[in-house]
Design a protein around this ligand. Structure first.
Ligand code: NAD
Length: 308
């Protein structure tokens, strides 16, 4: 029996593949490109070249593998989706439909849909939780919200057990996606390289979760007994507090002598909001491993050393 991980070559997808293999699962990584994995894992993973925006490709894979679970990570990320929204519609909206419809036809019992806190946008309260108004202001957020709600519909109508996880900003080793400022800064600090922050304004803020915590949360949510799942679409956090870009830069300068960060932009100060992931914690026991800067940096150092 196997599981399918779409987007299995991406930062979080590949990490999830790695953790699933470590748990003894048979994994098919479906992506446009093969995943880069440590050698001891790579030999145990089958790569399937699948474009999730093409229904027939998705259906063929699902009918052939007959997976017990699907983790759907494949997506165009927010900045890229803003630039190329027609393509993003195919990948993010049609991709969500294709994977859920194929899972229904193939009789797959459980599917994890990967969402984002980008589903929140306008008209927000000071504290945002899983029941707050979701009125996204970016194309990516609109697509993710569609996927969350489509998952609820498949569950109500066909009993396909779709669960959704919403990440804040993922700090994943090797991540160079547009607007993802934290990984390049941290990796430059560890290497004592000069860092010019081009992906975010000096005063912008993000809540960070590591790729390792993101992958584990995905696995644990899909493993949780059905009776624990009430809310169905869950935000999970790593570090509870928001991190301000230049605060992290200053802290890294202290911890890694020789490292220096400079910034290229400033933005109008935004209202700081608290995000609350208590439903994930209460319903299926979510607990991040890297919930402090010390732990997050220790994780980065270990992974950088492993890759060297
Ligand atoms: N990284 C973050 O900060 C963050 C935050 C919230 C949610 N997410 C979500 O997590 C998931 C994984 O993100 P990531 O950070 O690993 O991004 P990533 O860009 O590293 O991975 C996405 C993967 O999807 C693949 N892909 C893109 N289009 C495809 C297609 N048409 N068919 C098949 N595969 C395709 C890409 O090749 C890539 O390997 C995405 O759904 C993303 O929206 C990420």
């Amino acid at each position: 029996m196997a599981v399918i991980v779409t987007g299995g070559a991406g930062i979080i997808g590949a990490e999830t593949v790695r953790q699933l293999v470590a748990r003894g699962e048979t994994v098919v990584a479906a992506d446009l490109r093969p995943p880069k994995l440590p050698v001891d894992i790579a030999g145990k993973v089958r790569f399937a070249r699948v474009d999730v925006s093409i229904f027939e490709e998705v259906l063929d894979l699902v009918m052939e593998v007959k997976p017990t679970r699907i983790y759907h990570f494949a997506a165009m990320l927010s900045q890229e989706a803003e630039r190329r929204h027609a393509l993003a519609f195919r990948v993010n909206v049609m991709g969500a439909h294709n994977i859920m419809e194929a899972a229904r036809i193939g009789g797959v019992p459980r599917l994890l849909y990967v969402s984002s806190i980008g589903v929140y946008g306008r008209d927000l309260p000071d504290v945002i939780d899983d029941y707050s108004l979701q009125r996204p202001d970016i194309h990516y957020g609109c697509a993710k919200l569609f996927g969350e709600n489509l998952g609820r519909w498949y569950f109500d109508k066909f009993k396909l057990d779709v669960r959704a996880i919403r990440y804040p900003m993922v700090a994943g080793v090797g991540d160079r996606a547009l607007a993802h400022w934290s990984a390049p800064m941290i990796e430059d600090a560890i290497a004592r390289r000069h860092h010019t922050c081009v992906e975010a304004a000096r005063n912008s803020t993000s809540i960070l979760i590591t790729e390792a915590d993101s992958g584990r949360a995905a696995i644990e949510l899909l493993e949780a007994p059905v009776e624990k799942i009430k809310t169905r679409c869950y935000t999970v956090l790593g570090m509870k507090q928001s991190t301000v870009v230049e605060d992290l830069g200053r802290e890294l300068e202290k911890r890694y002598p020789g490292f220096k960060a400079e910034y290229t932009r400033e933005q109008k100060p935004k209202l700081f909001r608290v995000i609350d992931d208590r439903y994930a914690r209460e319903e299926w026991g979510w607990k991040p491993s890297h919930d402090t800067l010390d732990k997050l940096l220790a994780h980065f150092e270990a992974r950088v050393k492993e890759a060297a």
